[in-house]
Design a protein around this ligand. Structure first.
Ligand code: RNT
Ligand code: ZN
Length: 416
């Protein structure tokens, strides 16, 4: 601790020279809530079926031992994660993670009673909950759900999604913080599609019907995607589609960082969305060659995204959630690495000498802007990061590795 303090004091001085208050940056970072996606605990299996296999619409790869097999294990793992990261965070759950009491409850039958234990658990552990409708891994998933011309299938999914909104509203009420509900469907097709307009028209109608009820304690988000495995040629809910829908209907557009062309900047979308939609929802992930849902790391894409949010002064308008599911490594580790990486990106963004950079920019001093941007990259932010962890009583540096190994030995390795 002595060394951390010493190093921090030096870093604090260095930043002060640039007009940056490191204590303030730490205080701000402590308030940034990250919504932890519950589905990294069990590879998106959920509690509907005892065998919990994914079937259709989404895929997790890898079979590292120790995945959570039930609600108690999911909870235990999330609590363990929370001891290794600083700050108060949220937990993002999916409709398939309801407390179904061992019975089969179909998706058009779920209600708040299936989520009361989640609400109580979250309250007891100081988490707020967010929610997602689940249209994948179901006999009626097929290639089309809310955009299906077959009324029976389409109405089934409309009913499911309406119920998810009602559940989210009740969660929001009970936790005294709006529940952010995300709607993502996999609808699309593998090969050349000649009736693209029709499915999109149906999806628009379904959404209109779903959103007809107004709520106070939940926020609606709609998530686009570029393509999916088996749906390479056409995705009904494309970015243009949801951007148009969101702008017109005042809905939040979810940006999943894995859902765009790999060279497309997600950071650059923030400022436009802030002007035309109420807020922004993020699914921070790491695409490798495609939407591979690798664990988030402190890479340029995530740094750019964090910087852009801070530069826009938009922390109160951006909901930060994670969305990856790597089944090939220790799952607790996957959370901790991804969350800490996200926090590191925000910390660096909070430590940026933006005021000076903006002065340079408005004076047309573009060499100076470039130079300071470059120098800012090697300012001693790591000393501030260590202090952030130490101050919040969570492991500093790589010390969390041993803690996760111990949890694996004592807990997850015994799950078979
Ligand atoms: C899938 C979407 C979606 C899911 C989760 C489980 O491509 O990103 O957000 O990952 O809802
Ligand atoms: Zn996503």
């Amino acid at each position: 601790m002595e060394n951390i303090k010493k190093t921090y004091e030096l870093a604090k001085e260095r930043y002060a020279k640039l007009g940056i208050n490191t204590d303030e940056a730490i205080a701000k970072l402590e308030k940034i809530a990250i919504s932890m996606h519950c589905w990294q605990t069990d590879d998106v299996s959920g509690f509907e079926n005892p065998d919990g296999q994914l079937s259709g619409g989404i895929q997790a790869t890898g079979n590292y031992p120790g995945k959570a097999r039930n609600m108690q294990e999911v909870w235990a793992d999330l609590v363990k994660v929370s001891t290794l990261i600083a700050g108060n965070h949220r937990v993002n759950i999916h409709a398939i993670y309801g407390d179904f009491g061992g019975k089969f409850v179909d998706r058009d039958q779920i209600d708040i009673t299936h989520f009361q234990s989640w609400i109580d658990w979250a309250k007891a552990n100081n988490f707020k909950l967010d929610f997602n409708s689940s249209s994948f891994s179901h006999p009626k998933s097929g290639m089309l759900t809310l955009s299906n011309p077959d009324d029976e299938i389409r109405n089934f999914w409309i009913e499911h999604t309406k119920r998810c909104r009602a559940i989210s509203e009740e969660i929001g009420k009970q936790q005294d913080s709006p529940c952010v509900m995300n709607l993502w469907i996999h609808d699309g097709s593998k090969d050349t599609t000649v009736n693209r307009l029709e499915y999109r028209r149906i999806l628009k109608e379904s959404l209109d019907e779903i959103f007809a009820t107004k709520y106070e304690n939940m926020k609606d988000c709609i998530e686009a995607k570029l393509f999916g495995i088996g749906a390479e040629s056409y995705t009904v809910g494309s970015y243009d589609f949801y951007l148009g829908y969101g702008a017109k209907n005042n809905k939040i557009v979810t940006l999943d960082t894995g859902h765009f062309h790999l060279t497309e900047s997600i950071a650059d979308k923030i400022s436009s969305l802030l002007l035309f939609t109420p807020e922004v929802m993020l699914h921070v992930s790491r695409p490798i060659r495609w939407d591979s849902d690798h664990v988030t790391t402190m890479n340029d894409d995530t740094l750019d995204l964090a910087r852009e949010i801070i530069r826009c002064g938009a922390l109160d308008k951006v909901n930060i959630g994670l969305d990856y599911f790597d089944a090939s490594i220790n799952r607790i580790g996957a959370y901790v690495v991804g969350i800490r990486a996200t926090q590191k990106c925000f910390l660096q963004a909070l430590l940026e000498p933006t005021t000076t950079l903006r002065q340079y920019e408005s004076n047309d001093q573009l060499f100076e802007r470039l130079a300071l941007l470059e120098e800012a990259k090697s300012l001693p932010w790591t000393a501030v990061w260590d202090m952030f962890c130490a101050k919040n009583n969570v492991p500093v540096g790589e010390d969390y590795i041993a803690e996760i190994q111990a949890y694996e030995k004592e807990v997850t390795s015994k799950r078979n």
